[in-house]
Design a protein around this ligand. Structure first.
Ligand SMILES: [Zn+2]
Length: 246
């Protein structure tokens, strides 16, 4: 898969890791969305050993804009599950790191009913505020977890713009980050994200560096140990170096 070509400049960011649920639950996980909190802790220990610090994607992009993103890795958590507050935030705090949680704004206090697999609870408005109060970033993941590639203009406007309004209402602060559900995007979707006032957006694959509204990420699988994470970071750096040269 390759990024959609746009006339916006490419952004050569450090790697961004993509997690979903962080939980010790043993309920079957057919879509491989759940990483155990102990494993997340191992990944963050690894980053520290490598001299890296995990930060929210908003912080990573700001650091990049200042030319100061060396030594940083983006940490992102999709869908806004309650286990982010319960299990991921304590691990992040123990390691002095932050992450971005991308919340499905029309499902606050609900569940991931868009999925065929097991149900996960989604943060409610109070919990979204609690997450932000710990210094984590909250971004938008649409209103209904919609596929945006090929969506018509009215759907794009609703999913992209209204989700931002809902979360800004909840947080009483600006929401700058957006994440495409299923990594489904096209040029019209990326244009809608920019038009809605977001600062940047991310997709769900680690392909060639995209522009500011199609930033790639590295999927982290439930059983990924430190060697897998090192391989994913390395692969990303190779791609960025290749792109920077040519
Ligand atoms: Zn999602």
């Amino acid at each position: 898969m390759t990024a959609v070509e746009t006339d916006r400049p490419r952004v050569l960011l450090p790697p961004v890791l993509m997690y979903h649920s962080i939980s010790p639950s043993t309920v079957p996980d057919p879509h491989r969305l759940r990483v155990h909190p102990r494993r997340l802790a191992q990944h963050l220990q690894l980053l520290r050993r490598l001299g890296l610090r995990g930060v929210s994607l908003g912080e990573l992009v700001r650091a990049h804009d200042r030319g100061q993103d060396a030594g940083l890795v983006g940490l992102t958590f999709d869908d806004g599950y309650t286990d982010f507050l319960e299990h991921a935030v304590p691990v992040l705090q123990r390691h002095g790191m932050t992450g971005t949680v991308y919340v499905v704004a029309g499902r606050l206090g609900g569940q991931n009913e868009w999925d065929t697999g097991p149900r996960f609870d989604i943060l409610d408005a109070d919990q979204v505020r609690a997450v932000a109060a710990t210094g984590q970033e909250v971004g938008s993941h649409t209103v209904t977890h919609a596929r945006l590639a090929g969506a018509d203009a009215s759907v794009l406007a609703t999913e992209v713009r209204d989700s931002r309004q809902v979360l800004e209402e909840v947080l009483q602060e600006e929401v700058r980050g957006f994440c495409y559900p299923y990594g489904s995007f096209d040029r019209a979707a990326a244009d809608a994200v920019r038009a809605a006032g977001y600062d940047h957006a991310c997709v769900t694959g680690d392909y060639d560096p995209g522009d500011r509204f199609t930033l790639p990420r590295c999927y982290v699988a439930p059983r990924d140990g430190w060697a897998h994470v090192v391989a994913r970071l390395t692969r990303h750096h190779v791609r960025v170096r290749r792109r920077a040269r040519g």
